[in-house]
Design a protein around this ligand. Structure first.
Ligand code: GAR
Length: 191
């Protein structure tokens, strides 16, 4: 059985979509651990409700940084758990060495924009402010840049008249929840 790890910082609705896809038989895999850098993140609660071990990544008080020693410890833990694929699901820190090279071509991220447009934070808001007619989401392999790795799959979402940042993000999230499990399946087929 394919072993997935999910890393997130927030609500974990994308993690939920992975749990759902596994339950429905759309994704033949198991989530062996959920990790969050935010002890209050609901993603941890969702994992526990699914009987999946959930642990906090202690980033030593740094607000945005993902310290090297901490990435090293995460890489070691995931290797010990024999994880096949690492899925970032709303994880808001930049993954770098040594975690990247511990899982070459095995770290995916979902981003709420049509990359390469609008990398970085609150991408849906950036799209709205730029007057984009189309928004969307992207699943990509993670490299050392910010949202720059090879694109695996994308879904388009219209920007509608009267959209607010919240309404657009909600429409994008509906597509994210379909896209991510499908993209994970595709990445697994390439291993
Ligand atoms: C998602 O929209 C995801 O695309 C975005 O955070 C949200 C997390 O929602 N990720 C990024 O912006 C990463 N650059 P979730 O916690 O409900 O899955």
């Amino acid at each position: 059985m394919i072993r997935l790890a999910v890393l997130g910082s927030g609500s974990g609705s994308n993690c939920q979509s992975i749990f759902n896809a596994i339950k429905d038989g759309r994704l033949d895999a198991e989530v062996v651990i959920v990790l969050s850098d935010n002890p209050d993140a609901y993603i941890l609660e969702r994992a526990r409700q699914h009987g999946v071990p959930a642990e906090v990544i202690d980033c030593c008080g740094f607000k945005n940084k993902f310290p090297l020693e901490v990435q090293e410890a995460v890489a070691k833990k995931l290797q010990e758990l024999k994880v096949d694929m690492v899925c970032l699901a709303g994880f808001m820190r930049l993954v770098k060495e040594p975690l990247l090279s511990a899982f070459p071509n095995r770290i995916l991220n979902i981003h709420p924009a049509l990359l390469p447009a609008f990398p970085g934070v609150e991408a849906w808001k950036q799209a709205l402010e730029a007057g984009a007619k189309q928004a969307g989401c992207t699943v990509h392999y993670v490299d050392a840049g910010m949202d720059t790795g090879e694109i695996l799959m994308q879904a388009y979402v219209p920007v509608l008249p009267g959209d607010t940042a919240e309404s657009l993000h909600a429409r994008i999230q509906v597509q994210e929840h379909i896209l991510y499990p499908a993209a994970i399946l595709s990445a697994l087929s390439r291993l």
